[in-house]
Design a protein around this ligand. Sequence first.
Ligand code: HEM
Length: 522
Amino acid sequence: MAVVAWYWMVAALVVLVGLLCRYMTRNFNFWKDRGVPYMRPWPFVGNMGTVVACKEHLADVVFRCYRLAGDVPFKGMFAFDQPFLMVKDPELVGRIFVADFGTFHTRNFEVNSETDTVFANSIFGAQGRKWKVMRYKLVPAFSSGKMKKMFPLVDDVGKDLIQNIQKAVREDSAVDVRQVLTCYTADIVCSIFLGVEGGSLKNEDSPVCRQLHRFLRKDAFAGPAYAVFFLAPQLLRFLPFKFTSSDAEKGLFDTIVQVMDHRKKTGEVRGDVVDAVLRIFDDQDAETGKAPAMDEAWEQSTEQQDEVMDVIKAVSNIMIFLEGGFDTTSSVLTFALYELAFHQDVQEKLRQEIQMVTAKHRGQLTYAAVMEMTFLDNTMSETLRLHPPLNFVDRRATEDYRLPGTDLVLPKNTAVVVSLLGLHTDPRYWKEPLRFIPERFSDENSKRRPRFTYLPFSDGPRMCIGPRLGQLVAKTALAHIISNFRISPTAKTPQPLMKDPGKLVGAPKGQLELSFQQIPSE
Ligand code: HEM
């Protein structure tokens, strides 16, 4: 009797797996039927097998597809059961990001708005009119005038950074660059987005920094989870994934509401992003004659209020800025120092420029001085070319779309992906693409490059909102470090520097040890 029961259970399981397998492979002829070359998918995982096994970064799979595509302008891929198109041709990239933005105004990335309230209410996750209104209201917070006002806050943390490294050099301990720069960017984002002192560089244990570190998923399954969020969000109906950690999210949310409340009550002005966001409320109040109640935040958010920046949206956006500015900036700085350690000639040239320009500004690293450093700018651009922190960008067609110059019609809701790293290292657009040569970004050389081949911040109306800020924070730190220290690799410096597959933003895997030698002041 028991044998018969087992027999039926096994048979039922086989049928179930068979049906599931059939369901998960139902789209696998999608690209074949349309005559598009594609990467061969595997049942259940599509082309994401190495991501699920935590062996490869999601962006590296897209990059691999870019390289395998050869001269074709696009190639099909599959995220689990979902087809998406990797677009390679810069002209098509321009159509998607800029000219045909009307069709591609939304990211494919999606979160469950019930569980991921912060992402759903932020500029990163919002769609349609809700996104448009938020973007329009938030863009002025990142103008060059605002950057100039924020510079003293950035510079203060830059000075803490130097003291932190000097202490390690005095104690003769090796510097884990990744760790120090993570502290620097954590302190920066706390200061300019929250108006509070992070204290990480002073080795203080600040609750807000702890929350910040835990906010985005960084656990063992983060890599596959990101593949679902970005490329197969349809699966979220069946999977209980959440983009952020709930308790860190709640803690950060409460901190921001408190800071905004305090500013509203005391009228304190710091010249930071909280000021700029509060200004949006003042403008709205002037229009509607109504002031928002900060402390009743959660209850007040209503879906139909797309036109208004309510408290939920304001706080959610500050949280997204915290995250958007944190990992990206620390990543680009880490890779910049890594490259400079291995390119002493570039490092020396950069040091000379920093010293010369600073001397012109009475020995002070001012905002104007940082803006004047063209080779610093070139060095930053070259780092972003070889190590773009977000190295692919996704979009979704919101209606059927015929790819210009072809017969291929992408049905509504098809996802498209652009490999920034692929474009940035394509030998058709870059001579010796894997070499670190900042001079390729001189005005003269930049003119010769085709458009849409260099996109570290993406392009078009939905591109990054914070390029000025990200660059200012990174350049200020570099100017401080390079004028104070000579950097070189140690026996423990990894070569090449591998990316951590569990991080959304390209971050080096493990420690990055470099040697810092203090330059005597003249
Ligand atoms: C070196 C630093 C940075 C890099 C390389 C970078 C890169 C990017 C990229 C590639 C995107 C995707 C754009 C698209 O989908 O077309 C993006 C979006 C975004 N970034 Fe950045 N970013 C950086 C720094 C920052 C900073 C400092 C902030 C802080 C405000 C920020 C906030 C955002 C936001 C809010 C979005 C979503 C914009 C929208 O959907 O309208 N980023 N970033």
